[in-house]
Design a protein around this ligand. Structure first.
Ligand SMILES: *[C@@H]1O[C@H](CO)[C@@H](O)[C@H](O)[C@H]1NC(C)=O
Ligand SMILES: *[C@@H]1O[C@H](CO)[C@@H](O)[C@H](O)[C@H]1NC(C)=O
Ligand SMILES: *[C@@H]1O[C@H](CO)[C@@H](O)[C@H](O)[C@H]1NC(C)=O
Ligand SMILES: *[C@@H]1O[C@H](CO)[C@@H](O)[C@H](O)[C@H]1NC(C)=O
Ligand SMILES: *[C@@H]1O[C@H](CO)[C@@H](O)[C@H](O)[C@H]1NC(C)=O
Ligand SMILES: *[C@@H]1O[C@H](CO)[C@@H](O)[C@H](O)[C@H]1NC(C)=O
Length: 299
């Protein structure tokens, strides 16, 4: 009856149903007809293949979990996914919050802290105009690329004046008084931030850092005293790409793993390495799914 199984030498009746489930899941993923059985939302957040929840519903690295509070989590190190484009229009950007407050023991001259992205498909792209903002007093921050070479990406120093002056600073000025900024000009999958005391002037134990769009975060001197309001900071944007091949040319050579499976889909090399799929001009939808690209209506 089932020609697929006869052909591969499997006798349908000889296998308990449970043994067939992984096979079914794999076939579903392969055909990406998974929409019927794979969840496509978590609370109010929609997502689409290659992201997915459960076995066979995602490409490697794009495995999501939906927690009991309807927060969407991505991969291991549990990164909360705050924002994802819905099924009709997968865009290769993911918003995550990269914000942290740290206490530097008053005796410590040096402090090191780190961040790691949700996995190899994801990176803060150098093309996305993100900056790392450091809030504090009397320190120098050095940013190192921990994912790749360990190279120094940049540094910045921050000092504070007396309280009176700090209080009168206009909002949005991040130029080394209470706030300094390192522009991210390399792709980052993980970083280490080394902080050392500059050894002069006012020095604070409390330090915060965040990654956000260069023009999106507005430093307020009151953030120094009260700490950053985590609910009000803008998210960092992570680019994502299919990481198993370095570029489209090599991805197309392997028809089995090539992710741009829809007719009328095209491959684009990603700036962070790997590739992304797009629907061709005049079509829209999900290029990662068979028949996902459909003609634009109108015209
Ligand atoms: C997805 O991640 C969850 C939690 O990390 C794990 O339990 C599950 O096995 C993963 N599923 C797949 C298909 O990788
Ligand atoms: C992910 O979250 C689970 C449950 O909260 C925790 O046990 C686990 O250690 C976390 N993993 C990482 C890598 O943070
Ligand atoms: C980054 O900034 C450049 C120059 O201002 C601009 O051309 C480009 O569109 C920006 N990119 C993004 C992703 O915002
Ligand atoms: C910061 O970077 C600049 C330019 O790369 C370098 O000259 C300077 O020594 C660095 N400062 C610190 C404290 O590492
Ligand atoms: C950063 O800090 C680590 C740990 O303290 C140290 O091993 C490393 O040499 C530091 N790197 C730079 C460039 O300051
Ligand atoms: C996809 O395109 C090929 C070649 O243009 C065509 O033969 C095939 O029927 C198309 N498949 C679908 C499902 O439209």
């Amino acid at each position: 009856m089932n020609s697929c199984c006869t052909a591969t030498g499997l006798h349908k009746m000889a296998l308990p149903m449970a043994a067939l489930l992984p096979l079914v899941a794999t076939l579903l993923a392969a055909s990406a007809a998974a929409a019927a059985v794979c969840p496509t939302n978590c609370g109010l957040t929609d997502f689409s293949y290659p992201f997915g929840i459960g076995p066979g519903c995602s490409l490697p690295g794009f495995n999501l979990t939906c927690d009991t509070k309807n927060h969407l989590l991505l991969g291991s190190p549990n990164v909360t996914v705050d924002y994802m484009i819905s099924a009709s229009d997968p865009v290769s950007v993911l918003a995550v919050y990269v914000v942290r407050s740290v206490h530097m023991g008053s005796g410590a001259g040096m402090f090191s802290t780190s961040w790691e992205g949700p996995g190899t498909p994801f990176a803060i792209s150098s093309a996305s105009n993100m900056s790392l903002f450091v809030l504090g007093c009397g320190v120098t921050a050095t940013l190192l690329d921990r994912g790749g070479t360990g190279a120094v990406v940049g540094n910045c120093s921050v000092v504070c004046a007396g309280e009176e002056i700090m209080r009168r600073l206009p909002d949005g000025l991040c130029v080394g008084l209470g706030c300094c900024r390192i522009d991210l000009r390399a792709h980052l999958r993980a970083f280490t931030l080394n902080i050392s005391r500059a050894g002069h002037g006012v020095s604070s134990d409390k330090l915060s850092f965040l990654v956000a769009g260069r023009d999106r975060y507005t430093f307020r001197p009151s953030d120094l005293e009260h700490g950053i309001d985590v609910d009000k900071v803008p998210p960092a944007m992570l680019d994502w790409a299919i990481p198993d091949q370095p570029d489209c040319r090599r991805a197309m050579d392997d028809k089995v793993t090539y992710a741009c499976v829809s007719n009328q889909s095209e491959c684009q090399d990603s700036p962070i390495g790997g590739y992304v799929c797009r629907c061709s001009r005049g079509f829209s939808g999900n290029p990662y799914v068979v028949d996902g690209c459909t003609p634009d209506l109108g015209k």
